[in-house]
Design a protein around this ligand. Sequence first.
Ligand code: FAD
Ligand code: UDP
Length: 393
Amino acid sequence: MFDYLIVGAGFAGSVLAERLATRSNKKVLVVDKRNHIAGNAYDHYNEDGILVHKYGPHIFHTNSKDVFEYLSDFTDWRPYEHRVLASVDGQMVPMPINLDTINKLYGLKLNSFEVEEFFASVAEAVPVIRTSEDVVVSKVGRELYEKFFRNYTRKQWGMDPSELDKSVTSRVPTRTNRDDRYFTDTYQAMPLHGYTRMFERLLDHPNIKVMLNTDYHDIIDFIPFKEMIFTGPVDEFFDFQYGKLPYRSLEFKHETLNTENYLAAPVVNYPNDNLYTRITEFKALTGQQHPKTAIVYEYPKAEGDPYYPVPRLENAELYNKYKKLADETPNVHFVGRLATYKYYNMDQVVAQALTLYKKLTATPEMADKPKKPAIIGSTSIMEKLVPRDPAKK
Ligand code: FAD
Ligand code: UDP
């Protein structure tokens, strides 16, 4: 009998497994349908021996001391501040837009005060900022919006920025100084030996058993457990009973090139050209020395593995219906980017998982009290609460 069945070995599942096993002496089974741990943060050495991120570039950054210190128990770090160039009008310019971006793009020599005046002169008045278009045009005007944001967003999301919540383009600031870092968080670093090694250490405990290549549907009838932690897509858990929640997917095209360096920056964004949004050169992120170099192209698409929840009102409303179901499902806890339909970075998922751990163990009397098992043998609470579609496997 396991105390917890955890579905998903990404950040959400692995952090909870670690806390429950080491701090609360719970017996935990972690299952993942993929053939590896670490979820979308999974990295591995490719056939040429270069460390690559299978699911696109993952750069760790956070303002949370708690999250950084927590993960530091499982990895050493390589200080790393991320930088991105955008290919616009035949030039490579810093992204986020800053003083140098404007000067290079327009052949000017403005200082910080002058560029502020420039932005003010081109900015559009938007009374209420609701959409991802509003965010940008209200700061830098329509021309820069069209050069840097409109087409990238259309490619990435398959819809116009005016159809997306303001939170999407708000992720990228505008600067009047020369700071060309992509993030300004207090803690910015890469796990020294990679993400997967860090996850190996998170999951390395006698109370934790990991089963890979395992969809949880295939084992819940056979493996008894008391509670479930679910980190997969929430709509799938409930057999899409209110319809599918839209997720955006990507196709990753990995390449190894017979040259030591390839890009002018760790990541180059292509807002207006090509079918891909950006190219990443992994050695720039990891600091690895190697005579060859590995890059990845990201091609956005609608179908495929769910990578991004799509932040817009109608999706939030649909998610809220699933959330209500989730809240009403006893002994199952939903956490992580897909299970709570939130466009979360890694650190936010870690924080969410640590918060859930605290909640699960909030009242020691309750936590220690034996609970009625949710699943024994073939009697599954999910079968009762969520009728399985007989047409589905
Ligand atoms: P996941 O990592 O998705 O883990 C969920 C796991 O559940 C998966 O492994 C899946 O296989 C498993 N699962 C699902 N259904 C089932 C089932 N039925 N049975 C068994 N297992 C199942 N964040 C940053 O902080 N910095 C970045 O630079 C960054 N870059 C990103 C780039 C890309 C292209 C993407 C897609 C994301 C990026 N992120 C980044 C976000 C980061 O990947 C997520 O915040 C984090 O990985 C989410 O962790 P999670 O545990 O919630 O989900
Ligand atoms: N974005 C853009 N142009 C860029 C970079 C970002 O239009 O050059 C917009 C786009 O909508 C993107 C969002 O800002 O999806 C968030 O960018 P971020 O780099 O945070 O995306 P992620 O790394 O999560 O894919």
